[in-house]
Design a protein around this ligand. Structure first.
Ligand SMILES: Cc1cc2nc3c(=O)[nH]c(=O)nc-3n(C[C@H](O)[C@H](O)[C@H](O)COP(=O)(O)OP(=O)(O)OC[C@H]3O[C@@H](n4cnc5c(N)ncnc54)[C@H](O)[C@@H]3O)c2cc1C
Length: 431
């Protein structure tokens, strides 16, 4: 978002991306290369948990579930961050609505009916999906939609490139270069060669794991990086009268904001279901994918853990376990209401690393670090424990940051300054 907005304002922007930019094919193999390589996209905890992130152009959005949830405006207001204007602009620009009934699968429908029958406020969720390009009976959202039906940050990259930004895939930023308390560029590894690019403005957008690592490697942060991950448990049970397993996940759900617990349907492709069943020791359920209803229980976990140069660790804390107990009990009751049997739960896994460079601690309200001209704009700046789909919030923060470093009304109508910006994902090189 920052790159797109900067390029639109006539800035010269270079985007360094560690992953590749191959077109999304919607295959298990491509998804695994993006998010399942240990130590790169996937991190395994000592307790058997899993944390994933997407290493590819567009980041985790390429493989996410496309659920949009508005940022909690009062939370950000407490930190001096007003996201109302970017939120309004993005609501006009992006697809963000519940799916039409024809695109909601039979499993999500059954779960929604059961939850409502049990008295829950279970509503369709807003999806960042273009309904006219989406198809029923499809399972590819999570593998990376090859039909262009799911919005991803690649859409913004395309806009940025059309406005003159440059993308360098396969380029891993290794540290920020500074001089007299100012960021002056970035060192990066590309084609096995360590290179440098000078830039007047650097925006780190490496995500909740990547950005704190870069700050640590640049001597700008200590190595503890407490964070959240919004862990999830999948609760699964089989019914006899549905033959499915291929549908958009998270079509509907409920959010217990006070409790920090969110539930939704979560029909995943067969190999992912089987991995969860196997990990839970339920080999007897391996062949039941087409009949198994899955409910996702996501919690707002407390800040904790550590992020090192090659590893990430985060154990559940007692209050996290209490939230899971509450959410899993609700999910089991809804599955019982739906007529499901053989109910079992996965171990916890997580896909929202963030809060590791928090506003008010690692960056100020303008997302600037202690170093002049060095900003961070991704899930790491979220200031508190979270528990929500973060994408829309991050887009709002990106739009606001672009406006801060280069206000649109200043940029318009006069010769463009050659402002130089560099970032992990979005970087403007010197000429
Ligand atoms: C399976 C899954 C389902 C999800 N479902 C949803 C959902 O329904 N709704 C929602 O809102 N959110 C969802 N999320 C979460 C959401 O996609 C992420 O929180 C969001 O994309 C994070 O954005 P980010 O910019 O912080 O980091 P990322 O999207 O992780 O982007 C970071 C980028 O930086 C690159 N990078 C990192 N380090 C370096 C480096 N040193 N040099 C160069 N490049 C680097 C990475 O390759 C990546 O492209 C889901 C995530 C996953 C994995």
């Amino acid at each position: 978002m920052v790159a797109r907005e900067m390029a639109r304002r006539g800035m010269r922007v270079l985007i360094l991306e560690q992953g590749n930019a191959a077109p999304l094919r919607g295959t298990l193999g491509q998804m695994a290369a993006i998010a399942a390589i240990p130590g790169r996209g996937a991190f395994f905890g000592a307790d058997g948990s899993l944390l994933v992130r997407g290493i590819t152009a567009g980041g985790s959005s390429a493989i996410n579930f496309a659920t949009a949830m508005a940022p909690p405006l009062p939370l950000f207001a407490r930190y001096g961050v007003d996201l109302q204007a970017p939120l309004r602009a993005l609501q006009r620009e992006l697809p963000m609505a519940p799916l039409p009934d024809a695109l909601i699968g039979p499993m999500a429908t059954r779960i929604m009916q059961a939850a409502r029958a049990a008295g829950h406020d279970w509503q369709k969720l807003d999806k960042m999906i273009y309904p006219d390009k989406c198809r029923s009976g499809c399972w590819r959202c999570v593998y990376g939609c090859p039909f262009g039906a799911k919005w991803t940050a690649r859409n913004l990259l395309d806009d940025a490139l059309a406005d003159g930004a440059e993308l360098l895939p396969g380029a891993t930023a290794t540290r920020v270069i500074s001089d007299a308390q100012r960021a002056v560029g970035v060192e990066f590894l590309h084609d096995r060669r360590l290179q440098q690019v000078r830039a007047g403005l650097v925006v780190l957008a490496g995500g909740g794991i990547g950005s704190p690592r870069l700050l640590q490697a640049s001597g700008l942060a200590r190595g503890n990086a407490r964070h959240f991950s919004d862990p999830v448990i999948a609760v699964m049970g089989s019914v006899d009268d549905i033959d499915g397993g291929a549908e958009v996940p998270m079509a509907a759900g409920m959010h217990l904001a006070q409790d920090g617990v969110m539930l939704s349907d979560l029909t995943l492709p067969r190999p992912m279901y089987q991995a969860f069943a196997a990990q839970a020791g339920r080999l007897d359920r391996l062949l039941a994918h087409r009949r198994t209803l899955t409910i996702m229980v996501k919690i707002r976990d407390a800040l904790g853990g550590r992020i090192g140069a090659r590893w990430v660790s985060k154990a559940l804390q007692p209050q996290d376990r209490d939230k899971f107990a509450q959410g899993v009990a609700l999910a089991r009751a809804i599955l019982a209401q739906a007529g499901a049997r053989h109910v079992f739960a996965s171990r916890h896994f997580a896909a929202h690393p963030g809060g590791s460079v928090r506003i008010g601690e690692g960056v100020d309200a303008n997302l600037q670090t202690a170093l002049a001209n060095l900003y961070v704009c991704d899930a790491s700046v979220i200031p508190e424990a979270w528990g929500l789909p973060p994408t829309l919030t991050l887009l709002c923060l990106g739009m606001r940051l672009a406006e801060h470093v280069c206000p649109a009304q200043t940029a318009a109508g006069r010769p463009q300054p050659v402002l130089r910006i560099a970032s992990v994902k979005r970087l403007q090189a010197t000429g």
